[in-house]
Structure formats: C-alpha cells, structure tokens
Design a protein around this ligand. Sequence first.
Ligand SMILES: Cc1ncc(COP(=O)(O)O)c(C=O)c1O
Length: 804
Amino acid sequence: MSGESGRLFTTTPAAVGAAPQFSPREAGELLRRLYAMDGSLEPLPSERDQNFAVLDRGRPCFVLKIANPLENASALEAQDAALKWVISRDPSLGVPRPIADRHGNTISRTGGPDGKEYLVRLLAWVPGSALASVERHHRSLLKSLGWMIGRLDAALEGFDHPGLYRELHWDLSRGLSTAAANLAEIDDANSRALAARLLEACKEPLRGGLEGLRAGAIHNDFNDHNVLVQNGRVSGVVDFGDMIAGKLVFDPAIAIAYALIGKEDLVGTAKWVLEGYQEIIGLEPQERELLPELITLRLLMSVAISAKQRKLRPDDDYLTVSEKGAWDVLRLIDKLGLERIRSGLAKSLWRDKAMGSSPGSATERVLAVRREHFGRGLRLHYKRPLHIVRGWMQYLYGADGREYLDLVNNVCHVGHCHPKVVEAAHRQWSQLNTNTRYLYDELADYLERLLALFPEPLKVCYLVCSGSEANELALRLARAYTGRRDVMVLDHAYHGNTTTLVEISPYKYKGKGGAGRPDWVHEVELPDTYRGRWRDPKQAGEQYAARIREALSRQGAGERIAAFICESVPGCAGQVVLPEGYLAAAYRAVREAGAVCIADEVQVGFGRVGNHAWAFQTQGVIPDIVTLGKPIGNGHPLAAVITRSEIAEAFDNGMEYFNTFGGNPVSCAVGLAVLDVMEEEGLQERARVLGDRLLKGLRSLAEHHEAIGDVRGLGLFVGVDLVRDRESREPDPALAEKVVERLKERGILVNTEGPGDNVLKIKPPLQINEADIDRFLEELDGALRGVDPLASAVSPPNPHPQRG
Ligand SMILES: Cc1ncc(COP(=O)(O)O)c(C=O)c1O
C-alpha cells in the first residue's frame, strides 16, 4: 500500500488543512469521467492529498490520487515524468506507472465538489506489503532494500525537470537549519539536550561538506511505509511526492535512517543496506564519510518536526509511536558516537572490499585471480568479459551499474533469483538436507509432480545433479537394458562434459583438441532443412530418418547400437528445428533395430517450446529415456532421467546407483518451486505467445537484412542464422560476433551457436515481456544496420524505429 499512511511527518499544516474532501461516490464519478473506468473505491490514508484504491473484483489495481490544491503542479509533472523515465530505463522496477486519462494526459484538471480545481492522477497499483509491516528484517531483506535504492537511483540518472527544484521541508541539504528551527518544540529537556548535542556534532562535517557530492533527481523519502516487500525482499517503492534535485547519497542515508528503527545493531543494519546499494552504485569516499551525519540528521529532522506536528495535532497517536523509534535510534547513536559508526562501516564495508577501488579495478581483480588460479580451457563471453553482481528475473546487473536484458540464459528459466525459488531453497536448507537413503516428503512430492508432466509409460525417475550426469546415466540404462555398447548420435551434437559424453559429442570430438570419433559411436547427418542435403520441410523428416535406417542395416553383430540419442531441438548444432516426422521415423528404425531412444531435453525442456512441456512432443513421439537439466532447478544443480519401468528394472542388477547430492530435499524443494512458478505464472503459455511475437518480428527484420539467412525456433528457443550471402548460405561468424558485441553495448545479451558459430541463439528466462522483445528487435535492427553494408543498400522503411 502506498506509504502515505503513517508517514512520520507531513509538509505544511496549511496543506494538511486543505486536503481534498471527495466522497467515494464523487471520486467514483471522477474515475468514470476521466478514465472511463468502473471499480469500487476504498479510501487510503493520506495527509495532504486524497487517495483511493481502485478495486477490481476486490483486488486493488490502481491508486486514484487527488492532489492537494496547494500542491505545485510542476512538482506533480516532475513526478510523472520521473516515473515514465524510470520505467523506460528499468521496466521491471516496482514503481507506480502513471495511467493516461481519456485524453492521453497523466495529470487531469477537474472541478471538485467545492468548486475548486483539482489535479488528478491515476497510478498502477504496486503489489507488496509495506516494509514497516514486516516483523523481521533479515540481512537479505535489508540488502534488497539497498539494491532497490541503487536501481532506482541508477534509473533516475540523467533525469531532470524544473519541478525538482523546489523548497521542501524534507530536503536534507537544509536539514541543519530545519532541525535547529524546531528543536525548541521538544518538551523533554533530556531529549532536547541529546538532539542539540547530536546536531552540534553533525554541523561541522556537513557545513560545506555537501558541496561537490554527486547530485541529481532523488526519491528523497525511502521511509519504511513507502518501501514494498514481496517474498522476503524489497520489490517496489511508491510515493514519489517528495522528489527533489538533491545529493545522491541522501537516498541511502534516508532509507538507513528508517531501517535503523527498532534495531540494536546500527552498523550491521546500515552495512547490509549499503552492501545492496553498492552492488549498483559505488559510493564515493566523501559520500561514505558523511553517511553517519546524514543518517543522524534525517532522524533529528524527524523528531524535531514531529515535536512541532504533535503540538498541532495532539490526537495523532501515530506520530508519537513512530517518533519513539526515532528517539531510540538517536540515543543509540549518541552512545556509540558518530566516529565509531563511521569506522565500523569502513571496517566492514569499504576496507574489506578494496577501499577506493572502482568497479573497473574490481573486475580486473576477478580476472586476474581467474587467470592465475581457475582451471584453464574455458572461454569467457565477450571481448570485455561481463562482471555481474546481481540477477533479477530477465535482467542482470553489471559491476558497472548497468542493466542487461538476458536473452540467453535458459538455466534461470523462471527468472534470475525468482523469490519463490530462493525462498524454497532457503526454507528447505534451514530445515533439512540429506540424501536419498532416507525418507523425506519432498522427494515423493517432487517425483509425483514431475512425472505427472510425462506421458505413459514414462514413470520412473532418477534425480541427479547435472545434464552430464543425466546423459551418463541414460547411457548406462540403455546399455543395461539392451546388453549393447554402441551409440548413435547426430552430427554437431553436444551431450555433456564427461569422458564418455565427449566421446559421443561430435561438437567436441571433431572440434579443437578432440580425439575423433570412437569406433563404437555412429554419427548420422543433422536433419537441417536450411543448410543440409534435404530442404523440403514436407519430405526432409523421412529422408534424413532413412539415413538412420540405412546406417543401422549396415551394422555388424558386434556394433549394434544400444541407443540413439538426440536433442529434441538440436542446440549446439545451431538451434535446428527438426523436420516434421523425423523423430517418429527415426525412433521406428531404432526400435526395430532393438535399441532405445533417448531424448536429450537438457536445453529445451520445461515448456520453453510453448505448445508442449517437452520438445519431443512437438514431434509426436514418446522416447524410452528422457534427460532433463539446466532449467529444472532454475540454476540449482539438479537434473533428472525419466524412463520406462522395464528399463529401470534391467538397470537394477545388484549394483547400487547412489548419488550423494541427487534428489536431496533442497533440490526437490527447488524443483517443486520451479514447477509451481511455471504453473502459477503461466510461463509455458508465455513462451508460446512471446515466442510467436519474437519469430514474427525477426522474420519481418529478415525482409530488410540480407544478412539474416534464416530465422527458426519453437517458442522461446530461437536461432537467427547470419550469412555472408543468402544464395550460398555461407555462415558469417564475424558478423555474428560483431552483433553480439554491439547488442551487449546496448544492454542486451545474446550469444552465438552452430557449427559455423554464426547463429544468434536466443533462449531467455521465460519472464521476458513484450517490451523486452520489441526492444531487442529494435536494437538488433540497429546492430545489423551498423555492421551490415547490404542493409543500407536496401534502405527499407524501418519497421522498428530507433528510440529518440
Ligand atoms: C543438450 C545438452 N545436453 C547435456 C548438457 C550437459 O549439461 P551440464 O552442463 O549440466 O552437465 C548440455 C550442456 O550444455 C547440453 O546442452
């Protein structure tokens, strides 16, 4: 709920007296007239304005805000403009979105019942409960508070508006005089003396010390009623009514001042908020120095103004309740001393973390340690590798403070750090983690839920820790069941990192450092209808499958295969969509030869393809063994093998299969949470709808960019094949690399794939939205324009105009 309720202090008494007095019926009229909207209205507490929650079937959807007639219109315009600016720069930030009236205005002028003119706004409801109502502020909650402030401040960077330059009671840069002017209102002599003492201590450092600090648009009111919490972390911030052009450090200082209320450990509390903030915005030395004074001054302003307010409104109990908390903190500060707070923070925050280091040097350090001590043989993405400090849903945040739209991480399937998954892991870790030699509910719960997603006869599951472990086990199952050793694979396939899996992965054994194909591995052509031998989508499935039948018929007795393993949409091979009928014909041939069919769904499973939970279903087949990985645990090391009972029985030959970590309670709780989120948030359907939008947009781009040879994919598993020439279809890896780098510069992460390293692979967390896709299309258009000489020769009308 908007934090206007229970704020410690208000603006002027005159403004309070002039608060609008619309009845709910009159406000309902207003809603209909201005926004053509019906809905029941519930008054929300506000001291200087009048606010109503607009409910739809009992659920709040909007806040109708009728501004105080004494409110400065330019300040309202600044708020609206700031919100729009923030939303455009950081769309997933939980801030109220201004809604336009019937005439397209987000601020409407209208007559009130008293004949006066009022300014009215409608804002989208931001879900969550006020931080003030959350009983325990654990570390991660405090850290997420700092992080939210950092994100908001980073998003506000560069925003300016004349309405921000106003005189406001709550401006910390005038705090010394505001607090001093109201000190005499404090009745209790001891408290007054304490306040005077602390004010005196703040004077010297703050006088003149503020000059030269970084300045810009700030929220200026991160009190605990304006900060919203969901699933144990700060998810939003409301009430931009006190925005001003101020010093950047005021925002964390104000938030900390309120966060300290009710806490014993001042330094510890401040430290966690600052840790979160600094992940986005590094504080400069002078800003750090002044933090103890700024926090203290905000609290002093609060108690002094509150004392005055209390005299004007003696019946307002709420003011007194909050005031007590602020006094308690001030007493603790007095006892501890500002210097000890400063050195405590320095010790736990700045000194530990390479004091004075810039994000740049922190990145250098990580790189240097990796070079020296991390196992070799791994390529980092990008020419200038990305140093990431945080993830949230479809976004990643760099040490450089930038936000990146992640279009490539299919592991964080339901969103980076999805709170429900994080919470499940945290809850289970705090309760029990053990192994599958014991009985625990979570395993039974998870097996039932996961297997319910599979068709008969797939009803036995093994839980392991990685896609490689899953494929290893799948081979063992197939070998135990058939009594054979050989394996048939598709060209360019990758199935994992163990010795055996490298041996069945042409992508590895034919690549750099590879030892070539072992004689027990049989390779068949990739059924690629873009660059392969057969390209007619209607016939290609049968044609490529016929090659399998042929290969099997040539096999001698000693080389009969145990299994045919195939990704349901080959990824490393370049996001290749199998032609219709391919798997059905291939499986028929393989089974006739007495072998089993393994579907590797490690990349593509869990609803990514949109129409189905599993990509093999798009081919109308049921495999004998299915392997799952990457998205299954949203980043937690969990993977699975699903098979038929007879195969599982054949494998149960006396030798135990024990996996220390596989299927432990934490993994099961995480896996369950992923399935819950998929279901609750309709993510499979989202993959379908957004995948269609993406494919359509890419195909329309291809009309104007000769370099786009092919666009293919299912749901949100998509490839864009970049070519030097559409006729020859020759891959253009250099262009692909440039595009990847350019997109990164524009805050979008994609990567390349395929034998020619020329296919842009797109497989984002399923949380992406329409705006993300449109932005990607627009930026890809720009990136291709910048590097594609053919495109400028074509000079088409731009279907995705550049932003201004
Ligand atoms: C299709 C496929 N199978 C298996 C694996 C191996 O999974 P993991 O890296 O979790 O061992 C991968 C990993 O990239 C993969 O893409």
